[in-house]
Design a protein around this ligand. Sequence first.
Ligand code: OX2
Length: 840
Amino acid sequence: GSQNNLTQNEKMWKLMQSYINNDKETIQQSIVNHVEYTLAKTRFDFSVFHAYQAISHSVRDRLIEAFNDTAQYFTHHDCKRVYYLSIEFLMGRYLQNALINLELEENYKEAVLELGYNLESVYEQEVDPALGNGGLGRLAACFLDSMATLNIPAWGYGIRYSYGIFRQLIKDGYQYEVPDYWLDNGNPWEIERLDVNYPIRFYGYVRKIHENGKEKSIWEGGELVLARAYDNPIPGYDTYNTINLRLWRSLPAREFDFNSFNQGDYFKALEEREKAEYITSVLYPNDSNYSGKELRLKQQYLLVCATIQDVIRRFKKKKRDWKELPEKIAVQLNDTHPAMAIVELLRVLIDHENLEIEFAWELVYRSFSYTNHTILPEALEKWGIDLLANLLPRHLEIVYLINFIFLEKVTKKFPNDLHRLSSLSIIEESNPKKIRMANLSIIGSHAVNGVAAIHSNLLTTTLFKDFYELRPKKFQNKTNGVTPRRWIRCCNVQLAQLYTEQLGGDTWVTDLTQVKCLENMVEDPEFQNNWQRIKRQNKEQLKWWVKENCGIDINLDSLFDVQVKRLHEYKRQFMNILYVIHRYLQIKKTTADQRYAKFLPRTIMFGGKAAPGYINAKRIIKLICSVADKVNTDSEVGDLLKIVYLPNYNVSNAQIIIPATELSQHISTAGLEASGTSNMKFVMNGSLIIGTMDGANVEIAEEVGKENMFIFGALVDDIEGLRNNMRNTDPSQYFPPELNEVFQKIDEGFFGAVDELRQLISTIRNRNDYYLIGADFKSYLEAQKKVDESYRNKKLWTKMSICNAIRSAKFSSDRTIQQYADEIWGVKAFQIPNPSQSAR
Ligand code: OX2
């Protein structure tokens, strides 16, 4: 009876209460418990690594109750759900973030100290889960943090790769890639769902049958694998809500190898099983670059197919009409990588649920929306139809069907416009034909967005112009953002403290607009002093990191100048190092007694991974390292100039590098960096930007004021003219003399590695300067000069730094996510009551 139930409930509360309290003693108890009973180590002697593991398990325990309650609450209230689909989630370390979001860091710090460990060194024990390449994957991670914090009923879906992005070693100036098997020591932050497995089919054939006078398609045969769910709780900040990142891992299906086993081919059967596990084994290490590999398409389909089964299962928990689907789910595609989900959902609705195609199609596109992250042609996914016909035969049929219905509508609106028809078509009529995933994504979505204002404008005026003319209202902008929890509160504890003191509380952590109130402090000498002190302490920390990881001593008084991001020609690390060479040559030309008067000490740091097959990117790394070798050992230069290659740039290094930076470089050719997100992190941490009018830099300039940045270079509207101009000019005329001098030095072998460095410069020297380094170099020099002038004036620099940080509120991902929720997803927040704050 109910009386019985109640006591049972009460008993359950009581059973947990002793375990989940957050006083020092209980925390210590739970840690020691895990040392003994989870790790089977002795509590009288455990290493810092075991401390990390036990602490993580104890924090995980504290996440689970909220995690379960949140899921139940969403189900109970039958809220509309957001599903954020991404092939990458670049989460970074969990422990500190979880403690801060749970507001338990202080309690744990004390508790752990008494057990003999410093919490900071415990943090260092954690591997950095790096299941992403760069901006796109890290954006997905920031979005999860904001969705949890804003109490949005959202889930992330991705892939649990066994190998994340490779670890980068730099030896003799070359990049080496080391596999990143990040699960070596297990992963306390995930929950393996042994009972959540979905079958995934590849290959096979489509059989047509007739039922009640209708043709039906049955996809069968081929190979089956299983996708198993691994759940990763994502706690919001200052809220009980804890959402889920569900990652899929491929496993062999039980059934599919029966045949081989029965035929006695035992080893072949086992081989097949191995192949199934291989699908989610490794993250493709290309950033903004498409390579049409079958295995990659398998990864994409596995993500999509398992997710759609999961979404539909959840939708069907309640008995209801299919027409409710778009009111109950919003599926966001993080670029085109998961775009096959559009086709998959339609396939399930028409082939399995027997819905009419028109009706089903409406449900699909009203549920989906798509974010584009680049206009670089080499990044646009186009799957050859042979590949698709083989791997996903039914999906290819459905793509043709979607295309046919779509093009018919276009013809009605624009009769006799073949040109338009062929640019809108999902099929590229090349030989062999290709499926354009961007076109599929636009057609299958009710909203399409770019990631910064300038980028969204380029989408509607260039890449997707014809789509825009067809459906202007579909196109939106959602300027990216980053989470202030990880990118201020975690990584810059001192700055966070200063904000909390000045603002009389820490609610700025969830409402960054509050830091705007510090506007009246920018001239305040004491505030400025505090500001400088914090920057200096952060610089010290980086100095130690550099000493330990690069063996280089850097000058604390030098300007810390940083460019960290994936190595890419369009990001122009090349231009940066060419300028460094120029600066070096200038120093060398100055007499010793003049040098310190004329030049300000600078430490120029680079960091970032090159895709393993990207030859020019690797040559740029080699050039940077060769110049570093030469300059750093030149006694004439001393500490006026130091060049550092920071190895293995990743999220946890970024948390040390960014708060210590004074000047950061975001210098892409205008129009090519869709947004950039590290620019936002740097600004939040008081770094000034030297940059082009590209991506989010444009909006940063609007917020912080152009006078607080060093903006240079051609504008997006100049680019075409400049490229034409370049082709029509003699190369010796095209490049400014300062640059020709630099080229000549490299050519002479001044920095060694003559052959490959010559090859590197030869392309651009032969008027193939696609990224317009030649055209922008002069104005880059001028901007650098202004940097030096401003840095000489310490007060001015500090003021500029403060202005950058306190005017950065727009770039909180909380703002971004609120806009997605309001303008694309149509979802509301559902905050669940915290049971420990109400009577139990
Ligand atoms: C990146 C874009 O290059 C970068 O500009 C942007 O800030 C980031 O996505 C997040 O939106 N792969 N990575 C990107 O685009 C693609 C494709």
